[in-house]
Write a protein that binds this ligand. Structure first.
Ligand code: TXA
Ligand code: MG
Length: 336
């Protein structure tokens, strides 16, 4: 299949393809998404095929304005209303009981549905011109780092999808915060730019699911099927290393003979004696979030046999970064 490349002024062409059952990658403020009509089963199947995504991993339904949620869910609880009022449009996804019109192919057979109203203007226009809510998982091959640039989408999906809209680089760079309202106490299933502390300020209480930090073991029950799978990984194996810049550099340098490389902070650069990629300053978590997936993609270019990724907790955004890093590392962590 030939993939069409569209510019920002070709949103109508993209919407036309979506209306006729095609699949199109679109920019959002978090990461690029691979969109299709939420009501077109064939198109939804094509998304799973193009990404190589396990069929039980449900998709997020994207709407162009907050009130469209009433067409997607069957119950919109007060806390969910409060939270979306504060953070929509934006990098927040809520999970609620699904409306009967949402196909089970979208939700991986579950009776809940994930909904997000993105802030990106191109995304909003594509959804409203398509005239239906759009499912949009991250526009990467399953298991690889999510795409934050047009070039990432092209690298993964060129020839496998109908079109991609070039909307430049994503502002946030990590996927939305996913909050489930299915259990009694609202639960964060995936941390993102909207932090637990910010959520607590609005709705009083929220828990962080244990699989945000822990590895899923076979036969355990997960609230979000996505938690079972490997994510964000370069070809080269990654290990997360925590601790000060001095300790980190000392550790990495002591493994120099084994063809290792560093995914580190700007502050580490003067000390590491191995090939490196920085993902930002140690205290600039917004920059780290923005750069992380691109940096993970570049790790393979260092031609090393091991990547040691430096992580230091800095602020409320750090949890989202830690969550992506430990997954990229398949939960291989060294605490110095
Ligand atoms: O920022 C984002 O959310 C991006 C952009 C494109 O909007 N989308 C995104 O979609 O990250 P995806 O498919 O890569 O991740 C969706 C996550 C998965 O971990 C999935 O398991 C979970 O949300 N999810 C979706 N529906 C769910 C449901 N009904 N219950 C529990 N988890 C759900
Ligand atoms: Mg994804």
């Amino acid at each position: 299949m030939e993939t069409k490349f569209f510019g920002k002024n070709q949103i109508a062409d993209a919407a036309k393809i979506l209306k006729s059952g095609g699949i199109v990658a679109i920019p959002t403020e978090t990461v690029y998404g691979l969109a299709a009509s939420a009501y077109n089963i064939k198109a939804i199947e094509n998304i799973f095929k193009a990404k190589g995504r396990p069929l039980d991993n449900p998709l997020i339904v994207h709407i162009s304005s907050p009130e469209e949620i009433y067409g997607v869910v069957s119950e919109f609880s007060e806390p969910a209303k409060k939270l979306t009022k504060k953070f929509w449009p934006g990098p927040l996804t809520v999970i609620l009981p699904k409306n009967k019109d949402i196909p089970l192919e979208v939700t991986g057979g579950m009776d809940s549905v994930a909904v997000r109203c993105p802030a990106n203007v191109i995304a909003q226009k594509v959804i409203s011109m398509a005239g239906v809510p759009l499912v949009a998982p991250s526009a990467n091959i399953s298991g690889k780092p999510s795409p934050t640039k047009f070039e990432h989408v092209v690298a993964d999906l060129n020839g496998k999808i109908d079109a991609v809209i070039d909307g430049g680089d994503c502002e946030i760079g990590l996927e939305s915060t996913v909050v489930s309202f299915i259990s009694n106490v609202p639960k964060i299933l995936r941390p993102g730019r909207v932090s637990a502390e910010e959520i607590k300020k609005i709705i009083g209480e929220v828990e962080v699911d244990k699989f945000v930090y822990e590895k899923f073991q076979k036969d355990q029950k997960v609230l979000s099927p996505g938690m079972k799978y490997k994510h964000y990984s370069p070809q080269t194996p990654v290990t997360v290393v925590t601790g000060s810049s001095e300790k980190y550099a000392e550790f990495v340098n002591s493994n120099m003979g084994q063809n290792v490389a560093a995914l580190c902070f700007d502050e580490d650069i003067p000390f590491v004696k191995v090939p490196y990629i920085s993902y930002g300053s140690i205290s600039a978590t917004s920059d780290q979030a923005c750069n992380l997936f691109g940096a993970l993609r570049k790790c393979d270019e260092l031609n090393s046999s091991k990547i040691y990724a430096h992580y230091v907790k800095c602020d409320e955004m750090s949890l989202a970064i830690y969550n992506r890093l430990i997954r990229a590392a398949g939960f291989s962590i060294i605490e110095l």
